[in-house]
Design a protein around this ligand. Sequence first.
Ligand code: UTP
Length: 307
Amino acid sequence: MVDAPRQAVTKAVLTVAGLGTRFLPATKATPKEMLPVVDKPAIQYIVEEAVAAGLTDVLFVTGRNKTSLEDHFDRAWELESVLEAKDDEGRLGLVRSAGLGADIHYTRQGDPKGLGHAVLCAERHVGQVPFAVFLGDDLIDPRDPLLATMLDVQARHGGSVVALLQVPREQAHLYGCAAVESTDEEDVVRVTDLVEKPEPADAPSDLAIIGRYVLAPEIFDVLRDTGPGRGGEIQLTDALRTLARSEDHGPVHGVVFRGRRYDTGDKLEYLKAVVRLAVQRDDLGPEFGPWLREFVASMEQEGPVSR
Ligand code: UTP
């Protein structure tokens, strides 16, 4: 039997409804996705990544406190007229280009009952087609594209695709962890099982799930039947586990990511993201890089950092 041609993925779901408790107090009134990474909100990098991968329909799953995010992707008439009056084309371009021409939609999660529940909130908008999910605080360095490979794997194999990162086993409890079988493609594996935030001894591998997914629409049915898991939240990992272990649904593949990735919802990772992206910027790097070297050298002279 010849398989029907697979449908190209055009829809991106960006989950931004979490409370961001790890980044308090900054996230008391400001969504963590709006924290600036150099000079752009973290979420704008993610929209740019989605558009660069050919996804033209963006759905934000939002919650309370996210109006600044909606405003960021809206027109800003007052600001635009001030910049127009000054003939400041450069800044005008920055203000106007946030959404990059993508078709942007919003839905509300209501209660933040977990990532799985946030994805389920996208069902009505997505319908019965495969779609991509981006976690709003997971930043993939624009120099290391990942999603194009995941979309390609999904187009060839169907089913769902997760992004995997090799992590030290003692960090497995921070992630969902995958049991995998190798395939004949480099850095593409078949996922046979998943465990959400395991203790090091229970981790099935050192491959952790990071915040990019290409999902088959069957995930919605599975999510509806998935009860609260770890932390009392409806976990996307638990639903993917059901898909990975079942014969009835398409396969779950994993793409092993070897590039740079930052969890901007974590204070330390956030700082690293700002520094790494700032040093490579043409406008900032030439001054920031040498300053940073000098600063590090002065710290080394001063000895261990005191709190
Ligand atoms: P996190 O696990 O980082 O949770 O969510 P959080 O609540 O956002 O942040 P902390 O841990 O309290 O600091 C991972 C992703 O899932 C989304 C978040 O917005 C983030 O993109 N999420 C999480 C939701 O959209 N809804 C939820 O109910 C939970």
